[in-house]
Design a binder for this molecule. Structure first.
Ligand code: GDP
Length: 202
């Protein structure tokens, strides 16, 4: 897929404030600092589209971008800030749970994981939670240029092994580098291929 246009539509603090669910939607989520904004900017080829990480304590919003006038890319608030209050964590949980269960045009969620890290409980718990709700998702290992080929492969194989202790199969997996543009075509092609799962009757 070639990105011809990408524009910011709206920030929503509640799911009911999101744009009408009339187009296929793909959302991106991950721990803070995982490289989510950089990945969104790399995929869309628009440097300043997603802002580089918001500070903890800020209002948590769902940010919609319209791509090629035909689908939505959504930047979801990150998780795993070390210093946020219990209240903020609960708010995040409520918002994300509502978003993934209620947003009927959501085709797929990309769960971002730093390629330099071995599995972290919060990532595994999050994937398990969305899988149990029947939400299709894919893993995206970010910052692979920083990790290097060997470390990326080693970490992914540990991730796979850990997941397969509890899962029957592995989700689709992408390796990216925002600085090198790695994984861009693969992710955009995957988005094109999965758009058929968008239900027109929404
Ligand atoms: P977010 O909080 O998940 O949106 O993360 P950001 O996109 O703001 O990235 C966090 C930091 O990691 C920034 O300093 C980025 O420049 C850096 N970063 C993000 N992606 C990559 C990548 O693929 N390669 C390298 N080398 N640095 C990256």
């Amino acid at each position: 897929m070639i990105i011809k246009s990408a524009s910011f539509i709206t920030s929503s603090a509640l799911v009911k404030q999101c744009p009408p669910p009339d187009k296929p939607e793909y959302a991106f989520i991950g721990r803070s600092n995982v490289g989510k904004s950089s990945l969104i900017n790399m995929l869309t080829g628009r440097k300043g589209l997603a802002k580089i990480s918001g500070t903890p304590g800020k209002t948590q919003t769902l940010n919609h971008f319209l791509i090629n006038e035909s689908w939505y890319l959504v930047d979801l608030p990150g998780y795993g800030y070390a210093r946020v209050s219990q209240k903020m964590r609960e708010q995040w949980n409520r918002l994300i749970t509502e978003y993934v269960t209620r947003r009927e045009n959501l085709v797929l969620l990309f769960v971002l994981i730093d390629a330099r890290h071995e599995p972290i409980a919060s990532d595994l718990d999050f994937m398990e939670k969305i899988a149990l709700k029947g939400i299709p998702f894919a893993r995206v290992f970010t910052k692979s240029d920083k990790a290097g080929k060997k470390e990326t492969e080693k970490n992914i194989s540990i991730h796979n092994k850990t997941m397969l202790e509890r899962w029957e199969s592995l989700p689709p997996t992408f390796i990216t580098s925002a600085t090198k543009g790695l994984g861009k075509d693969e992710i955009l092609d995957y988005i094109s291929e999965t758009m058929i799962f968008f239900k027109r009757d929404n």
